[in-house]
Ligand binder design. Structure first.
Ligand SMILES: Cc1cc2nc3c(=O)[nH]c(=O)nc-3n(C[C@H](O)[C@H](O)[C@H](O)COP(=O)(O)OP(=O)(O)OC[C@H]3O[C@@H](n4cnc5c(N)ncnc54)[C@H](O)[C@@H]3O)c2cc1C
Length: 311
């Protein structure tokens, strides 16, 4: 398994997929099939989310360990701070270290929306503290890599809703990198100009770690609404909304526009030297496979060397 510090040097653009742990055995089997199918595309890594407030702690761990032990996938578990004790997170890290998990995505998580959250009771208030904790724990827990875990963090091209002051927000992002983060995965965005501007602002702030673009192929209108609730601050650009309004509104036509939009975003990101593209798969393999086919990039070797077509 490959540490983040090596991972992003192996290919000009990494490709990765995000999954969430299902709650039923049947859904778990179907997700596992999707993961095996997507493994054939040779992703640099796959990541597994951590339910809000640690609600999927065991499910996340079990899926990560299964993928890690039974497939050749490089698995990156997400880990969050909200409502998590130091002991719970240390136990998880111990299981991951033992299984040879190389990298972890360290996040704050969101407090429950239905109640006023008491931050004073939390062991970790911000993701930067979790980054330091993960870095410090690797050695005592006997991680096989002398560098310990590689750590990824979240970045928000359109801004995080909790910090309207974008200069302060950049300071907080820099603090996570200074705490030891090795790479950034962005929130989903649908206008690449937001990503390029974010990347430039990071560069100006002295942030030198790889910044991975988060891409979500839209698959349905209810899904779009759900996402705009979950990814607060993110917007769907007018040209995309117009393209959707021109369809007959059927699921298939919405999906076709969504996949086409995401494919064009990816093509443009490749042209602009994005260090990586992270697909929010929503546990389905179809859209991602289609995008790969259209882009013609089925593995990192092809990305690295290209095809000599004489053009
Ligand atoms: C790629 C990706 C994956 C995700 N995966 C998950 C997941 O698996 N599970 C889940 O529950 N959520 C997940 N999320 C959502 C994420 O947890 C929330 O968006 C959360 O609100 C922000 O997390 P963060 O790690 O960026 O937090 P932080 O970096 O801690 O920032 C949170 C807010 O606090 C501010 N801040 C940071 N430091 C300070 C400081 N010292 N003083 C004052 N303000 C500060 C920041 O500017 C920001 O507004 C994911 C998000 C992304 C982009």
């Amino acid at each position: 398994m490959t540490h983040a510090q090596d991972l992003f040097n192996q290919t000009p653009t990494s490709f990765s997929f995000e999954f969430f742990p299902p709650r039923t055995q049947q859904a778990a089997e179907s997700l596992y099939d999707s993961m095996v199918r997507l493994e054939q595309l040779g992703p640099s890594y796959v990541s597994v989310t951590y339910g809000a407030g640690g609600t999927t702690r065991e499910l996340t761990r079990d899926l990560v360990l299964r993928a890690q032990n039974q497939t050749g996938l490089n698995t990156v578990p997400h880990m969050t701070c909200v409502k998590q004790t130091e002991g719970e997170l240390r136990d998880l890290l111990a299981a991951y270290a033992q299984a040879g998990v190389s990298n972890i995505l360290a996040l704050r998580g969101d407090p429950p929306s239905d109640a006023e959250h008491d931050w004073g009771t939390e062991r970790f208030r911000y993701a930067a503290e979790l980054v330091s904790f993960i870095k410090d724990q690797a050695k005592p827990l006997g991680h096989p890599d002398p560098r310990g875990f590689g750590v990824g963090i979240a970045g928000f091209p359109e801004g995080h809703p909790g910090t309207p002051n974008r200069m302060a927000e950049m300071d907080h992002l820099k603090a996570k990198v200074d705490a030891g983060a090795d790479f950034i995965i962005t929130q989903m965005f649908f206008d690449n100009r937001d990503f390029y501007d974010f990347r430039d602002r990071c560069e100006l702030a002295g942030i030198r770690v790889p910044i991975i673009a988060g891409i979500m192929p839209v698959q349905s209108v209810p899904g779009m609404r759900r996402m705009s609730e979950l990814a607060l601050g993110m917007r769907y650009p007018a040209p995309m909304l117009r393209a959707l309004r021109r369809t007959d509104g059927s699921d298939e036509s919405v999906r076709r526009v969504g996949v086409h939009w995401a494919t064009e975003q990816c093509r443009d990101l490749l042209d602009h030297d994005a260090k990586g593209i992270h697909f929010y798969t929503l546990n389905k393999s179809g859209a991602t496979v289609e995008i790969y086919r259209t882009l013609g990039v089925s593995n990192s070797k092809q990305l690295l060397e290209g095809n000599d077509l004489g053009i």
